[in-house]
Design a protein around this ligand. Structure first.
Ligand code: PMP
Length: 452
């Protein structure tokens, strides 16, 4: 029989997958190390188990003990899996910035989770670092993991991730691109690869609002670099001991928006349902395009799985509220056309006049006016059916045959929302610009806008 003795044995040996679309603009092949294939759905399983086993070896973790950690979720998942198999309790502290899903997932695998405020200094007693530290002293037989300064973190990547990348690329890797937080992944994997080939470039992807890039470049811990940001899992407001900055050749910062938009693109265009930081990593790589040449072989680490971000990056509402989704609105349609006046017809005019106007301007829909106010509408489809029934109708007045006026919507209505108004009976909406000038948006305009 071929089987694993426990779920922990399935950690590692994740696939390297070639990217085709999102990196199409780069001159060289790009491969993703897809770490959500680990049982906890992230790269962190590797270091979590390593940190637990190292603590056992050093006698810091004894049977029946409690594992305590400040974790944004992925490390917690790895630690929780190790705890289930090895028989420990887990208490995690996390911040209120993290996805609710992440917290629920940790609870699902038996951990206790304490949510702490994000926007306090690390030294503040309310911070998730401080709470974890305090619990570790209060609870008997507790082991505080401290993934930031616990060097078993980077060792896991030196022992596993680095060698896997070297073997999978048959030593051809020229660039390693890693979105970085504790520094464990980049330092461990980067160090191993550079020992194999010192020419390999190691690029770290950081977030705006983090001080890591500036520290790498100047050695200065500049707290003015630090402000709250939305990207999860990467960037820091201090420098964890897992960093060996000499392993890293370049730091690149990526905006919250670019990371989120790219994560969605990777899922849609590559079929790899990734977490936020994978989007940041690919965005950062694209920003560095000018440094790459056709003979290069790039590997980007995809740290975790998109399922942890369904309420955030993969939620349109969440993306829109943060200005991350470039939604097309009625205004875009109106601004995208030449400044034509709205073609209308007065309700006292004859149906034959409406037919002449529709032909002349090649339009299907006419708002009907009375005393310069829109009071109704004429549509080619409706008119056609009635004319077939009664050919004399062309001499009738518009007001005898007109339909209800087209619904009026505001200029900032997203195009997608117009489906509520546009249907078989009603083929258009009216909107007014800032100057009060009316414009028509038809089914045809919507199809054009959505297709472009
Ligand atoms: N991406 C995600 C989603 C993460 O959870 C982490 C871990 N904080 C990272 C990237 C960064 O990895 P590392 O801590 O090894 O630098």
């Amino acid at each position: 029989m071929k089987f694993c003795n426990s779920i922990l044995e399935t950690i590692g040996n994740t696939p390297l997958v070639k990217l085709h679309r999102v990196t199409a603009g780069l001159p060289c092949p790009v491969f993703a190390k897809v770490e959500f294939f680990n049982p906890g759905n992230s790269i962190k399983d590797r270091m979590a188990v390593k940190m637990v086993e190292e603590a056992e070896k050093q006698g810091l973790l004894k049977p029946g003990g409690t594992i305590i950690e400040g974790t944004s979720g992925n490390t917690g998942m790895g630690l929780a899996l190790a705890a289930v198999i090895k028989g420990y309790k887990c208490i995690f502290t996390t911040t209120d910035k993290q996805s609710k899903e992440k917290v629920d997932i940790l609870k699902a695998v038996g951990a206790e989770v304490i949510v702490c405020p994000t926007n306090v200094e690390p030294e503040d007693p309310r911070s998730y670092y401080s709470v974890a530290r305090r619990l570790a002293t209060e609870i008997p037989n507790a082991f505080y993991v401290n993934q930031y300064d616990n060097l078993a973190n980077r060792d896991a990547h030196y022992e596993q991730t680095g060698p896997e990348l070297w073997e999978q690329t048959e030593g051809k890797i020229t660039h390693l691109v890693v979105a970085t937080g504790t520094g464990g992944t980049i330092t461990g994997a980067g160090k191993y690869l550079k020992e194999k080939n010192p020419d390999i470039q190691v690029w770290a992807i950081d977030s705006y609002g983090s001080l890591l890039k500036k520290y790498h470049e100047t050695g200065e811990l500049d707290m003015t670099e630090v402000y709250p940001y939305i990207t999860e899992g990467i960037g820091e407001d201090f420098v964890p001991q897992n960093y060996d900055m000499s392993v890293i050749d370049h730091f690149e910062k990526v905006t919250d928006k670019d990371g989120a938009v790219m994560a969605r693109r990777i899922s849609k265009e590559e079929g790899i349902f990734v977490g936020y930081s994978a989007g940041s990593a690919v965005s950062g790589l694209l920003q560095l395009k000018s440094k790459l040449k056709p003979t290069d072989v790039v590997v980007v680490v995809f740290h975790d799985h998109g399922s942890r971000y369904v309420g955030k990056v993969y939620n349109d509402q969440w993306m829109m509220e943060r200005g991350f989704l470039d939604v097309k609105t009625v205004k875009d349609v109106v601004n995208g056309r030449r400044n034509q006046p709205l073609v209308t017809i007065d309700q006292e005019e004859k149906v034959s006049e409406a037919i002449v106007k529709m032909k002349k301007y090649d339009i299907e829909h006419l708002p009907v006016l009375h005393n310069n106010q829109i009071v109704g509408a004429i549509s080619e489809g409706g008119l056609f059916n009635r004319l077939i029934d009664d050919t004399n109708l062309k001499d009738a007045q518009i007001k005898q045959v007109m339909q209800h006026a087209f619904p009026e919507v505001s200029m900032d209505t997203p195009i997608e929302k117009l489906s509520v108004y546009i249907n078989k009976e009603n083929g258009a909406v009216i909107t007014k610009d800032d100057g009060g000038k009316p414009h028509i948006v038809t089914k045809y305009d919507i199809i054009q806008a959505l297709g472009s």
